[in-house]
Design a binder for this molecule. Structure first.
Ligand code: KG4
Ligand code: ZN
Length: 348
């Protein structure tokens, strides 16, 4: 059998400079340089700092990926880059680098959607995607439910957050509890020694009235405020804050709503496979609850390993490889970096 084309993917939508190299569904290299430590003291990603870090990391990260894959840039058959959505300045660095490579190597370039790439990455771990599948993407920047009929072109949004993203809520609540940024992994860890039923935090957009208009949408800002008020009341009363219980009860509220709505969406659309991606997919409680509840409905759950769930270049390369495999027309070399790229635009 002929070897699959080599595809190099570039991801710079947020604070990770990711360079991935794949051949079909085989992952050859996944080099990531993160600027997360530079943002930690601000409690969130600072766009200008991220852009500068991408510029500095780009060439060394490309070199590292090629070394790991044991290839030279000349061996690459096609390039893929995140065109959006994301931070405008950060995206620009990746798109400019990808154009320069495509031009100098004289190879086709695919400008792709970051969210679709979060879905496509699972092929590197579990093989061909079941289509249709219901993708739940939960990260610091997005929380969406997508119906995926063809990961290279037909993706329909079913629901999304109307305020904070799920990961953003984890990060903000962690800050309230004095835990470091990014807060998700710390809350996950604290929650293990706490009680998930200690405090009854609100489930956003879950009342009968909200479900009429926002059946598959999420809202996490009310939950964050409820946690803030609860913590403040304890402080005002001069009482200590039971961090583990707050973490566990907050985490339960998020995971409860996410899994309930994902399964409702899958059942409604008659879909039997749910794929969870994005940084929050690394959450241990989310994985367990999703599998438990899905199994009760005869639905299968796929979650890529944590390193592939967070932003990386492999996901972009994986989607690029799928574009090549399905014979999609490459992007033109004036493709934009579009910070607000809609998920329906999979290939730019
Ligand atoms: O996908 P990602 O690396 O970057 C984007 O935001 O696009 O996701 C990062 C987010 C952060 O908000 C982080 O707190 C959250 O994922 N996260 C987690 C866990 N690991 C990372 N949230 C909950 N539980 C975790 N174990
Ligand atoms: Zn992402």
């Amino acid at each position: 059998m002929a070897e699959q084309p080599l595809v190099l993917g570039i991801e710079t939508s947020c604070d990770e400079t990711g360079i991935g190299i794949v051949s079909g569904h085989d992952l050859l290299a996944d080099a990531v340089a993160s600027s997360v430590d530079e943002h930690a003291r601000f409690g969130g990603v600072v766009p200008e700092v991220a852009s500068r870090a991408h510029l500095e990391a780009m060439v060394p990260t490309i070199e590292r990926a090629c070394q790991t894959a044991g290839i030279s840039l000349r061996d690459v058959d096609a390039l893929a880059v995140t065109s959006g959505p994301g931070l405008a300045g950060a995206l620009l660095v990746g798109v400019a680098a990808a154009k320069a490579l495509a031009l100098s190597l004289d190879k086709p370039l695919y400008g792709v959607n970051h969210l679709a790439a979060h879905v496509a990455v699972d092929q590197l771990e579990h093989g061909a995607l079941p289509e249709p599948c219901l993708a739940m993407l939960v990260s610091g920047g997005h929380s969406s439910l997508l119906r995926v009929d063809d990961v290279t072109g037909v993706i329909d949004p079913m629901g999304a957050t109307i305020d904070d993203a799920a990961g953003e809520a984890f990060d903000k609540v962690a800050r309230l509890l004095g835990l470091p940024f990014p807060g998700g992994p710390h809350i996950d860890k604290e929650a293990r020694s706490g009680s998930s039923v200690a405090i009854d935090f609100p489930r956003g957009l879950s009342s009968r009235r909200d479900l009429e208009r926002h059946r598959f949408d999420f809202s996490f800002s009310g939950l964050k405020t409820a946690v803030a008020r609860w913590v403040q009341a304890r402080n005002d009363a001069g009482e200590s804050v039971p961090v583990a219980d707050v973490a566990a009860s907050f985490q339960e509220a998020v995971c409860d709503v996410l899994t309930r709505k994902a399964i409702d969406a899958a059942v409604t659309a008659g879909i039997e496979d749910i794929l969870i991606g994005g940084g929050v997919a690394a959450n241990s409680r989310l994985r367990v609850l999703a599998e438990e509840r899905a199994a009760a409905h005869g639905i299968r759950v796929r979650v890529p390993r944590p390193g592939l769930c967070t932003d990386n270049g492999a996901m972009v390369a994986a989607l690029g490889a799928e574009m090549v495999a399905r014979g999609r027309t490459p992007s033109s070399l004036d493709l934009p970096a579009d910070s607000a790229l809609p998920v329906t635009d999979v290939l730019v």
